[in-house]
Design a protein around this ligand. Structure first.
Ligand code: T5A
Length: 225
């Protein structure tokens, strides 16, 4: 089957962002499956992680062992993991014409370590340039919901297991995160599309597919799934 995206030499890079338990992983998996059904090669990946070295760094960060480094130190660790993830997985996949659906990316560093964590936004922006280089998302889905709702979902799923490094931050931190993500969306409305994450999984999946078709009409209009 001919594949115009592959022929143009690059797949599309789509990221999911938002607070804890917003449903990003659920919708990232559903979107990748739907893209495949629509005839696009697609992979789903996540941050921190997505490559063996980045998964090792994920373990260190989410255990809380690196929290003593402070928000800028943690941002540097997230950045190191992201460099490996880009070099080993994301950039080669995009170059091969594969669509990459990524559960969190650089906006999470802006929101968690920058706005909510209070690392200098200028330093976070400089770090982002060094880390991300030309691998910028074509489209970002921001899954927005009240932090209490997302945290309750995450706790229910954890079924009594301990909260991780960021789930255990206080409500003021999670409210600041939500504001930070909405601020990113307001500044970059072309790239970042807000989705109400309080709706049902099916309703959200339909809205996301509509956003994709609007964003990439030439690639998806004739290939509905
Ligand atoms: N981080 C990450 C930084 O601080 N800086 C960075 O640069 C990066 C990249 C990652 C942590 O690292 C931080 C952010 C995070 O704290 P993680 O475990 O990957 O840790 O955390 P999350 O990305 O928040 O992952 P979660 O799994 O907690 O949340 P998701 O992916 O948003 O939610 P999901 O899909 O797993 O769903 C959670 C539960 O809700 C249900 C699901 O079935 C599941 O049980 N659910 C719904 N329930 C009702 N209605 C819906 N519409 C639902 N959708 C899903």
């Amino acid at each position: 089957m001919s594949d115009p995206t592959a022929a143009s030499g690059r797949g599309r890079f789509i990221t999911f962002e938002g607070g804890e338990g917003a449903g990003k992983s659920t919708q990232a998996r559903r979107l990748a499956a739907r893209l495949e059904t629509a005839g696009r090669r697609a992979i789903v990946t996540r941050e921190p992680g997505g490559s063996p070295l980045a998964e090792t760094i994920r373990g260190v960060i989410l255990s809380g062992k690196a929290s003593a480094l402070g928000p800028m130190g943690e941002a540097i660790l997230f950045g190191a993991a992201r460099i490996d993830h880009i070099d080993k997985l994301i950039a080669p996949a995009l170059a091969a014409g594969t669509w990459v659906v990524c559960d969190r990316f650089a906006d999470s560093t802006r929101a968690y370590q920058g706005a909510a964590g209070k690392a200098s936004p200028d330093l976070i922006a400089e770090l982002e340039k060094v880390v991300v280089r030309e691998i910028k998302p074509d489209l970002t889905i921001l899954m927005d919901l009240p932090p209490q709702t997302g945290l309750a979902r995450a706790r229910k799923r954890a079924a009594g297991a301990a909260s991780d490094r960021f789930e255990s931050e206080d409500l003021a931190f999670h409210n600041a995160l939500r504001d930070a993500f909405l601020d990113i969306a307001a500044r970059e409305p072309g790239r970042v599309k807000i989705v109400d994450a309080t709706e049902t999984e099916d309703a959200i999946a339909e809205k996301i597919w509509t956003i994709l078709r609007d964003a990439f009409p030439a690639e998806l209009a004739a290939r509905d799934a």
